[in-house]
Design a protein around this ligand. Structure first.
Ligand SMILES: Cc1cc2nc3c(=O)[nH]c(=O)nc-3n(C[C@H](O)[C@H](O)[C@H](O)COP(=O)(O)O)c2cc1C
Length: 178
């Protein structure tokens, strides 16, 4: 069952869960791919509730988001899903079907075509309404050194040479899977 929520009532839980990881699921052409994210913002722009994600240029997820501009955010309510988040944050959907490898249960979505994930019940369904590649020249030298080491190949799951693209997702549905 999907219990409808007001996303603002869960803002604290979502944002506090982020440093440990939550899931961003994208999908296109029959492929569903969850990726762990640690960065995200919740807010309002164009009078619209928005969750924004930041995806490095060469993530497989980026390819899917560009083919189908929708995503689902799935967060733990109580620290659950650590193994799932570890797998989905270190393996690429290019090489592995992460849905079966992590034993995920997909749930039919309400407003998008990408499924929700039962194991991480706090869910936002989002439609991308804006995207923007970072301007490397506008990032502080400290953050450039720390987050964009130019000697590290794009395939590395942690900080690497690639900059991020921000995908702004209009929140179309918010619920807890019970
Ligand atoms: C805790 C954690 C947080 C992460 N946050 C992000 C993020 O916000 N953006 C990003 O591009 N990659 C992030 N990653 C790395 C991706 O999850 C990782 O590279 C993943 O394998 C990419 O999957 P894909 O190639 O299937 O898209 C994070 C990894 C972990 C473990």
């Amino acid at each position: 069952m999907k219990r409808k929520i007001d996303p603002w009532d869960y803002a604290g839980r979502l944002l506090r869960a982020l440093p440990g990881g939550i899931l961003l699921t994208a999908g296109a052409e029959g492929k569903v791919n969850p990726m762990t994210i640690g960065w995200g913002t919740l807010g309002i722009q164009w009078a619209t509730p928005i969750f924004t994600v930041f995806v490095r240029e060469n993530r497989f997820t980026r390819q899917l988001l560009d083919r189908n501009p929708e995503f689902v955010i799935s967060a733990p309510l109580d620290g659950e899903g650590r193994e799932i988040l570890s797998l989905c944050g270190t393996k690429s959907g290019r090489d592995l079907d992460k849905v079966s490898a992590a034993g995920l249960t997909l749930e039919a979505p309400e407003a998008v075509t990408v499924p929700a994930i039962r194991e991480l019940p706090l869910t936002l369904e989002c439609r991308v309404i804006y995207r923007q590649a970072q301007d490397p020249g506008a990032i502080t030298p400290e953050n450039t050194r720390r987050f964009y080491p130019q000697g590290v190949d794009s395939s590395f799951c942690g900080a690497n040479r690639d900059y991020h693209i921000a995908y702004y997702g209009e929140i179309l549905a918010a619920y807890i899977l019970e």
